[in-house]
Write a protein that binds this ligand. Sequence first.
Ligand SMILES: [Mg+2]
Length: 336
Amino acid sequence: MTSLPDTESEQQRTPEAEGQPKSRTRRAALILNPVKPTDEDIRAIVTELSLEQGWAEPLFLETTEDDPGHGQAQEALKAGVDVVIAAGGDGTVRCVAEELAGTATALGLLPLGTGNLLARNLDIDVDDPRGAVEAALGGTERMIDVVHVNVDRAQDAHVFLVMAGLGFDAAVMADTRDDLKDKVGWLAYVDAGIRNLPGKPSKVSISIDGGKRTTRRLRSVMGGNCGKIMGGLEIFPGAKLNDGLLDIMTIAPSGKLGWFAVLGKLLARGKGKDPSLEYFQCKTAEVESETPLEIELDGDSLGKGTHMAFRVEPDSLRLRMPYGKKDPAILADPTP
Ligand SMILES: [Mg+2]
């Protein structure tokens, strides 16, 4: 584990601290996933709060099946907006973040739908659209890590913010029924999880930080940028969004009762010697499977592949969020 950087204060920037000219009218972009169910008129809230704060009329963009957020985020960047609010689930956030990472433009989160694991890991309220927009316009800022992932040695890398995996976890994501997700929320993942429990392990080689490859037979390899999933369960114990580290977990249940050992070690926060669950912390990792396995990034299915290369990019995404007293990374209260 590395300690938090001692230059935390440099990471906390309020819009005022950026030295932006006060005379220029600020503007937010809203990138909305229109498929996500909500009782609120999200556009009306963003417009109302923007005008109330003296900001310009917001730029409204919607995601589509063909473009789940990349093109819209590029358009927002071109328009020179001050903050891009991603209104949707982790998938929308991931696609928008892929474009914003490495730029000076801040991302705001407006959680809609079931998972919203990034927001949950940041202790952001997932049921308060108005509060989310207020935070996006006037909240504090922090830098978080993103993890670049290269699948099957493709030229372009993707990014993820929460977790990604090859094998069981990705098979569950690919198999989760959308209709059930709308009805019972995260229990839909449990349904898919149970259906996917039986199965054969695959021969997978893993190299941590460019080290020697080790081969094991396992069901899943996951990379985590932070650790919490639904119900507050921390499957990467102690993983943080700003520790500059990627956490790797291997899942290799053995025998009929193997999954109980995996669950037991998860609930014990990884303590114990049982090899069915192992953890590594690193900056890069390379994973190669003998047979093609399902791949997922922040819950988005990428189909099957055999090779994943992970690289953490520390402090590369600027996040605008509520001032959180519980969060040690946030030092300054931007409200007067
Ligand atoms: Mg981390």
